[in-house]
Design a protein around this ligand. Structure first.
Ligand SMILES: [Zn+2]
Ligand SMILES: [Zn+2]
Length: 533
């Protein structure tokens, strides 16, 4: 007898193959059969006529390590159909946290993980103590975190012993089953590293069959060089590279999506194992302090706050801004294109733009930015309109670019329901299907689903998930193809997506008819050699 029989749906299996009408049977947490008119009896039958039945979505780039321990039901993700989250991205991980350096890591991540309790831990213990949650989790070790532990916020190359220490901490995480290393070279302290350091860490990845993902060094003026740098790590070390949230930031770089995608295609054509990922929005989100020149952060939080109070330093920032725009984001069109997402110390109101706040305070916009960072002790998070919609669409249509929300899992209630976060946290996957595939026709439904399932599994070395086939883990989403869409907006972001009818994780129903069952069937997936399972 089947545990669950999903009857009569249009099966889009995640391989990119077209939809076919079939029943999907689930037993003991796995797909038991996919066939027309199955006659076996079942403990539960879900009628899926007129619905799409697909593999659960893999959110290949998230920061839910900051929030899943606080919201184990994984609300805003599971309600998009996400069944697996890859965490530890952009160089940021909450482990390892060495004794005596926990406070520094908490300060460093204050604008990203303001509510998470931090504790001293190595990576293996961190993984072992990961709580029961609704979705599967894949972990990465963050390069910024490693550098913080080994060198602090110093702007220099590591000494030999420090580099060895970083390699050892990385190896310890990899031996515990982490997928690989993520870098965040756009900001301190990752931006203080040079190629030799990354290659030395890449050798450790290679030795473990592990992978490299990168928030590249510059997504604005230097974006093409930064893409080449990420590809070079993969090419020189012989490892897979995942280029995070592909975009062209700043008006000077708009219109160059084809050039960036061509670099990816050319690398793949010469045998480099490289993918990208994207969230389908023209706004980004970041800690406000990361928009300023990176030297501001040298030495750590206390030094940064001291500098920002200094009129001479502000003048230097102002000059840099006039010359090239913001760090990593380049030039934006208006101060109205920066909005407060979260101000943990109450320095500004979520939803207000820098233009509005500056007018209210009768202050210069850059002084307003510096004053907010000071009052919030660096913890302010903002939204910034830095991309062109045309570039977003070209990147969305590329089959080698996978799908990542680049966001933590939050909920409309509880501690994670504060502020006005980026709508991508709630809407990335339904938006790509409903808006970019269905409404705009930039890609077919099987192509869109492949990017978020089977294609992502290939990029991760993930076995036994990502496509619907007998024997695979039963991670399944059932949605209405005509109504699936994101509903989260910048003014009212805490809104679950529409059209997702049921979500099953490891054979257990988590979402049915818009209701969360409270089940926490997610598994921590560990990499052994080149295989993640
Ligand atoms: Zn990033
Ligand atoms: Zn990220």
């Amino acid at each position: 007898m089947d545990d669950i029989l999903i009857r009569g749906g249009e099966v889009v299996d995640g391989t990119g193959a077209p939809a076919r009408t079939a029943d999907v049977a689930i037993r003991d947490g796995r797909i038991a059969a996919i066939e027309a008119n199955r006659t076996e009896s079942a403990a539960r039958v879900i009628d899926a006529h007129g619905r799409i039945v697909s593999p659960g979505f893999i959110d290949i780039h998230t920061h839910s390590d900051f929030t899943l321990p606080l919201n184990p039901m994984a609300e805003c993700k599971i309600r998009q159909g996400v069944t697996t989250e890859v965490v530890g991205n952009c160089g940021f991980s909450v482990a390892p946290a060495l004794p005596g350096k926990v406070e520094m890591l908490r300060d460093y991540l204050a604008a990203s993980a303001p509510w998470l309790p931090f504790e001293a831990t190595d990576f293996a213990r961190y993984m072992d103590r990961w709580p029961a949650i609704a979705v599967n989790t894949v972990m990465q070790v963050g390069h910024n975190t490693l550098r913080l532990m080994a060198i602090g916020m110093d702007n220099r190359a590591p000494r030999e012993a420090e580099l060895r220490h970083m390699q050892e901490m990385l190896a310890e995480g990899l031996e515990a089953g982490a997928l690989g290393l993520s870098s965040g070279l756009f900001t301190a302290p990752g931006c203080f590293s040079e190629a030799g350091e990354l290659h030395a860490l890449g050798q450790v990845l290679k030795a473990h069959g592990a992978r490299y993902s990168s928030h590249i060094r510059d997504e604005s003026h230097g974006v093409h060089e930064a893409v080449a740098e990420a590809i070079d790590v993969g090419e020189q070390c012989g490892i897979h590279v995942q280029i995070a949230h592909m975009k062209l930031s700043g008006t000077d770089s708009w219109g160059q999506a084809d050039r960036m995608l061509e670099a990816l295609r050319a690398a793949r054509a010469r045998g480099v194992d490289v993918h990208g990922d994207q969230y389908p929005y023209d706004w980004a989100t970041n800690p406000l302090r990361f928009l300023l020149p990176t030297w501001i952060q040298e030495g750590g939080m206390a030094q940064m706050l001291g500098r920002l109070a200094d009129p001479y330093v502000r003048a230097r920032i102002r000059q840099k801004l006039a010359e090239v725009g913001f760090n990593n984001f380049g030039r934006i069109e208006s101060w109205a294109d920066i909005r407060i997402a979260l101000s943990p110390q109450g320095a500004a109101e979520a939803g207000q733009t820098i233009a509005e706040i500056a007018t209210q305070r009768r202050s210069d916009p850059l002084d307003t930015v510096c004053d907010i960072i000071l009052a919030d002790k660096g913890a302010t998070r903002i939204l910034v309109r830095s991309m062109s919609e045309d570039d977003v669409r070209r990147i969305a249509a590329d089959p080698a670019v996978l799908v990542g929300s680049d966001g933590p899992c939050v909920a409309p209630y509880g501690v994670t329901g504060q502020g006005k976060p980026h709508p991508r946290l709630y809407g990335t996957f339904p938006r790509l299907i409903g808006r970019y595939a269905r409404d705009l026709g930039l890609l077919s439904l099987p192509e869109a689903i492949h990017k978020m399932t089977g294609g992502a599994a290939v990029a991760l070395g993930l076995e036994g998930r990502g496509t619907l086939s007998p024997g695979h883990a039963a991670d399944v989403v059932i949605f209405h193809p005509a109504t699936i869409i994101d509903t989260s907006t910048f003014d009212d972001p805490h809104q679950y997506a529409a059209g997702i009818e049921a979500v099953i994780v490891n054979g257990q129903t988590v979402i049915e008819n818009g209701t969360h069952s409270g089940a926490l069937p997610g598994r921590l997936l560990r990499r052994r050699g080149g295989v993640l399972a």
